[in-house]
Design a protein around this ligand. Structure first.
Ligand code: BV8
Ligand code: ZN
Length: 265
């Protein structure tokens, strides 16, 4: 379980974080697997980053898929099956409320820059932000819902429905793969550009539920700091990002985020 939270410190930190959000015209949020932990989804490094004894970095790669597609599909089909029984948690829903607040027409009228006032940038592939109602979600690492062909342009959203052990393309018959970004693969260019732009233009950058170990996603935290944005980290534990400054809200995002958003009303 998480270390006990010192409520006095947390209260002070929540008030300071709420004040920074009130002063911001544009907000960007970066989420990782921790925001889905209270929905019952395992994080990557919580279980020591292992799945069936394999390091995730060794299964989520093009080479692993080439070498043993059945093993890699077993990894993804197990996670897709998991998603059939989980729901967004209060942390996901608090981020919807935050988007509602910053994306309101009057908020946009105040901001003459023409830039979007809110961006939810996620490393997660579980689709829970969209399931909670988030509208503008930048999926840096793709989505477990979508599959694409290894040989043609076939790409389709299959939800969380069960797939065969080695699913084949309906168009050309070749092997399908999950539409996720594996290690050593490039991130989707347009999504990355939008995420980098939102980060460069924000005055407040929330970092929720990530160990900040995977790049280039984790680099957005430094990029936010470099433009002088207030960085606020929501995580029960300190991470490599914590040591680089900003305000730490120590606790589970399903508890902290609703309390933070509550202070904005
Ligand atoms: C690339 C999709 C260019 C698949 C994922 C050496 C040094 C630095 C970088 C590298 C290096 N060697 C290689 C690299 C680059 C590499 C990388 O960063 N590797 C890491 C491991 C060092 N990156 C890449 O390869 C990227 N591409 O660089 O392209 C390129 C091109 C060609 C050749 C070279 C380079 C692609 C990275 C994308 C990989 N795909 N996911 C899938 O999901 O199966 S990454 C995977 O990790 C997930 O997306 C996950 O989201 C992400 C990061 O993990 P976290 O989300 O942070 O999860 P984690 O478990 O680590 O942490 C959870 C946190 O939550 C913890 O802090 C915990 O305390 C907290 N928590 C727990 N409970 C709660 C909570 N927080 C709040 N509330 C709670 N209740
Ligand atoms: Zn095909």
């Amino acid at each position: 379980m998480h270390p006990p939270i010192d409520t006095d410190d947390l209260d002070v930190a929540l008030d300071r974080a709420a004040e920074r959000l009130r002063q911001a015209q544009r907000v960007a949020v970066l989420t990782g697997a921790g925001v889905s932990a209270e929905s019952g989804l395992a994080t990557f490094r919580g279980a020591g980053g292992l799945w069936e004894g394999h390091r995730v970095e060794d299964v989520a790669t093009p080479f692993a898929f080439q070498r043993d597609p059945a093993l890699v599909w077993r990894f993804y089909n197990a996670r897709r099956a998991n998603l059939r029984s989980v729901q967004p948690n209060p942390g996901h829903r608090a981020l919807v409320a935050l988007e509602d607040r910053f994306a309101q027409p009057e908020a946009q009228a105040r901001d003459v820059s023409g830039s979007e006032p809110f961006a939810l940038i996620t490393q997660n592939v579980d689709g829970l932000h969209q399931a909670a109602g988030s509208r503008r979600v930048l999926e840096l690492h793709g989505s477990l819902r979508r599959v694409r062909c290894t040989a043609c342009t076939y790409l389709v959203d299959r939800g969380y429905e069960e797939l065969p052990d080695l699913p084949r393309c309906a168009e050309c018959g070749e092997l399908l793969r999950p539409d996720v970004v594996w290690f050593e693969e490039m991130l989707p260019v347009e999504t990355w550009k939008e995420a980098a732009k939102a980060t460069a233009e924000c005055q407040c950058f929330l970092v929720v539920g990530t160990s900040a170990l995977v790049y280039p996603a984790a680099g957005l935290i430094d990029a936010a700091r470099d433009v002088g944005a207030a960085v606020i980290e929501v995580n029960p534990e300190a991470t490599s990002a914590s040591r680089r400054g900003g305000l730490g809200l120590r606790g589970p995002s399903g508890v902290i985020l609703p309390q933070l958003v509550q202070r904005l009303v």
